[in-house]
Design a protein around this ligand. Sequence first.
Ligand SMILES: Nc1nc2c(c(=O)[nH]1)N[C@H]1C(S)=C(S)[C@@H](COP(=O)(O)O)O[C@H]1N2
Ligand SMILES: [Mo]
Length: 330
Amino acid sequence: MLIKKRTGIEIPSSEITPRHIYLSRRKFMKGAAALAGSSLLAACASPNEELATAVPPSDTGAATTAPLPTTAPSANTDELGDALNSFEEVVNYNNYYEFTTDKEDVAKLAANYPTSPWKVEVGGLVSKPQTFDIEDLRAFELEERIYRLRCVEAWSMVIPWMGFPLAKLLNAVEPTADAKYVRFETVLDKENMPGQKSPWFQWPYVEGLRLDEAMNDLTLMATGLYGEDLLPQSGAPIRLVVPWKYGFKSIKSIVKIDLVDTMPTSLWMDSAPNEYGFYANVNPEVDHPRWSQATERRIGEFGRRETLMFNGYGEQVASLYEGMDLRANY
Ligand SMILES: Nc1nc2c(c(=O)[nH]1)N[C@H]1C(S)=C(S)[C@@H](COP(=O)(O)O)O[C@H]1N2
Ligand SMILES: [Mo]
């Protein structure tokens, strides 16, 4: 196993943290960027330590530990021991229908998409509606979250995101007692997003979550990955990441968030209601009408692996669906 970093530093498999060590510190690590080069690093025996020693010391001889590249995530695997996908994989194989339906062309077509200035309007059933400048949102304390992303098309990746729990943002605007769902909207910009001229979809892209799903600690507003701000193809400057649901719920380039009292209709529910439901929880036992969801292809691997219920996050989220028929509520 070889992890390629943008810096060109490669970590031989012999140096990858043994699974039992990683599992003992599986709680999410906060502020990975701030961690780089700090004393905390040594205290938690992060694999970054090994990375640090692999960097040649500076000529002065003064520094015993060279600065870490900001691109280094705090671990090379997720909590299940699955290797991270490389930065190159993550930013060159994307779904982003605003640009094209061809996953390998998104990066090129989105490269010059203007993501600054950017504002996110948060309103609806809240006591304190507020429009946030992207810089205000980047000022939320960022955490690193290594999550599996499982696309409904049955491919998957492991991605080290940077972001903050959506709950923090929602708490800031104070949802009222009537708020039951959260509705998200992607930017509408036909000039710069050629895919939005396609008549097959109702633009802009819309997604939704139940309020308790939105408040779950796993639900992330991501502004970066691999320690860098998001690139356009990944949904810059801010996107949602809901790791126990199929990837299409993780809506990109968000400009509007509304608290509402009725279940929002997503772009996918609108365009193919017989194929896509509101919940879209990863479930190996409920097939897509046109293909099985029992297995998946991890990008970069040969062969297929079994898909896990709730994408492996059942411990954190299964209780949200207690008593619900997950076949009827797909
Ligand atoms: N606005 C918008 N968000 C979107 C999409 C899209 O086409 N437009 N595609 C979704 C799908 S199907 C997936 S699998 C993920 C892919 O995220 P990635 O390209 O960062 O891997 O983004 C989701 N978010
Ligand atoms: Mo997807």
